[in-house]
Design a protein around this ligand. Structure first.
Ligand SMILES: [Zn+2]
Ligand SMILES: [Zn+2]
Length: 138
């Protein structure tokens, strides 16, 4: 963003624009918070106040320990029917994400295997070519 420097006679100009920016940022943060609260509240309305993993039950007193997990780990996938939400206690939610991280690492490993197979595949025609050349020489 280019910084425009007008004359020294307007000390308030820069201040006003930064306040405006603050307002925009604050508004964006507020909107995000509302969206976050929105899906949690919706999920708590749709699903029972029970952890989907350990079965721990929640009341209004400890409801803040019940979190909403996105089953496909996509926080933008907020189906109004709640099909992508799962109520999980803080501990099970942590575990779920650790498990997902393991899964992603596992997929990375199998991708590596595929690459190794591809390397073997590219080696083979080269070997055949060598055979053909050898045959031609005879
Ligand atoms: Zn739990
Ligand atoms: Zn989650």
């Amino acid at each position: 963003m280019p910084i425009k420097r007008h004359g020294r006679g307007k000390p308030g100009a820069g201040k006003a624009s930064s306040t405006k920016l603050d307002q925009i940022v604050a508004k964006a943060n507020q909107a995000r918070d509302e969206r976050m609260r929105g899906y949690r509240e919706q999920s708590l309305k749709i699903h029972p106040w029970v952890c989907g993993r350990c079965g721990r039950e929640f009341t209004r007193e400890n409801l803040h320990e019940l979190t909403v997990h996105h089953k496909d780990h996509n926080h933008d996938n907020n189906s109004p029917d709640g099909s992508n939400w799962e109520n999980l206690c803080l501990y099970c939610h942590d575990n779920e994400h650790a498990r997902h991280a393991d899964l992603v690492r596992g997929q990375g490993f199998s991708l590596g295997e595929t690459e190794a197979k591809d390397r073997t595949a590219t080696h083979k025609p080269f070997a055949d070519l060598k055979d053909i050349l050898t045959v031609k020489k005879k």
